[in-house]
Design a binder for this molecule. Structure first.
Ligand SMILES: [Zn+2]
Length: 405
């Protein structure tokens, strides 16, 4: 799968005293491909041997031994110990050296922002939350710099790279062209972070990063739609195993499709957009309106807290109505592309099941009767860490050329 928003640096520069990274620009193309194939085998099998890698990749035993020597020296693979002998000398088992590198991942789709340090297996080693009052404009950009700086300085392994998932439209150089929810217009985020940290940086749309995470961790199907519902609404669409980016690239910007005539004004300048009736702030507003209570706009996004403020029924009704609106738009997406698997992320803790049910019912009522039963609308495997996982997956893919599984 391709995401395009990167300028790779050389990881070798980050390992003082260590051998050169096997994947830096000076490595011959064929050798780099062989190293990636061997490492991908280790990623998939978790515990393996040189003989298994040779059998799987078709490379000679001597070549594999040479590649593994380089991967072990560079700290990506480690020897675990002797395996079971099938006659002669027992093979030495190999595994991923999870702590050999750290990955910095940032999720800007949530307020406050969130960041994490991950190991090479995708395990989260450390988390950090941003400040609630620093999510927009220049203060938001500064907050990203602060979170990244803090995570990079606390990493106990060399940092492989930095991945950022952001709302809005991201261009090929990792600049945020437009993210109205963050009040960002033309923010050269990738370039600024790369200059500040001297590390490889990848920036992508949050829904695109989420789709990458879901695709790579589940491999459940070659076609997939991931819908993220938070402050805004966006989708990441995987077609035939490739993330579909589009011309701008802004594929999956479903939040600004009009669903209500004429509808409420949207911050994009139009009226009646999906975001005006199905984003989390609009769900909270709607629950408050149903309950006849003032919405103070500062409540945590949790069903328990919202129910305490507005009563349970208004909250469930608002969530179900939002789900129906999302389902109305999704029906078009799945019918046009013939995609059967839909993963939904909703940033209201405890609110996902009724939301999913409403989406399922609405989609089923709007597509051909024989398509309806095969459409699977479900929660993602990565849960609330979907964007974090996706941002880290981008780094892994761009810097080492491998996928989680
Ligand atoms: Zn709009």
């Amino acid at each position: 799968m391709d995401t395009q928003q990167t300028k790779s640096g050389s990881a070798s520069a980050l390992v003082p005293g260590a051998s050169a990274s096997p994947f830096d620009g000076s490595t011959h193309r064929v050798r780099r491909a062989n190293l990636q194939a061997a490492l991908q085998h280790v990623y998939r099998e978790r515990v393996t041997s040189r003989a298994s890698i040779s059998k799987d990749t078709g490379l000679t035993r001597a070549t594999v031994s040479d590649l593994i020597l380089q991967l072990v020296r560079s700290g990506l693979v480690r020897e675990i110990g002797p395996g079971t002998s099938s006659g002669g000398k027992p093979p030495t088992l190999l595994g991923l050296n999870a702590d050999g590198r750290a990955i910095v991942a940032i999720d800007l789709s949530r307020q406050p922002f969130r960041g994490a340090l991950l190991d090479l297996t995708g395990g989260i080693v450390q988390r950090i939350d941003g400040r609630r009052d620093a999510v927009r404009g220049d203060a938001g950009v500064e907050e990203v710099f602060r979170l990244v700086g803090s995570l990079v300085s606390s990493a106990s392994a060399p940092v492989l790279g930095i991945g950022v998932g952001t709302p809005g439209i991201v261009d090929a150089d990792g600049a945020v062209v437009e993210a109205s929810n963050l009040a960002w217009h033309g923010v050269p985020l990738r370039r600024e972070l790369a200059i500040r940290t001297q590390l490889p940086v990848t920036v992508a749309n949050d829904a695109h990063a989420s789709a990458l995470a879901e695709f790579e961790t589940t491999h459940a199907s070659a076609n997939l739609v991931v819908v993220k519902v938070g402050v805004g609404i966006g989708a990441g669409i995987v077609v035939d195993g490739h993330l579909h980016l589009g011309d701008r690239p802004a594929a999956g910007e479903i939040g600004h499709i009009r669903v209500v005539e004429p509808g409420l004004p949207c911050h994009c300048g139009n009226t009646g957009c999906l975001e005006t009736v199905a984003s989390v702030p609009s769900i909270v507003r709607s629950a408050a309106a149903i309950a006849g209570v003032d919405d103070d706009d500062g409540r945590p996004w949790e069903v328990r807290q919202l129910s305490a403020a507005f009563g349970p029924e208004p909250v469930w009704n608002a969530i179900r109505e939002a789900g129906r609106n999302v389902g109305a738009v999704l029906a078009n997406v799945v019918a046009i592309l013939d995609i059967h698997r839909v993963v939904v992320s909703l940033e209201i803790d405890g609110g996902l099941e009724p939301f999913l049910d409403a989406i399922r019912t609405e989609v089923a009522s709007r597509v051909l009767p024989d398509l309806a039963p095969v459409i699977d609308v479900s929660a993602g495997e990565s849960g609330p860490d979907l964007v974090i996982s996706g941002a880290a997956a981008m780094v892994l893919r761009h810097e080492l050329g491998v996928m989680w599984r």
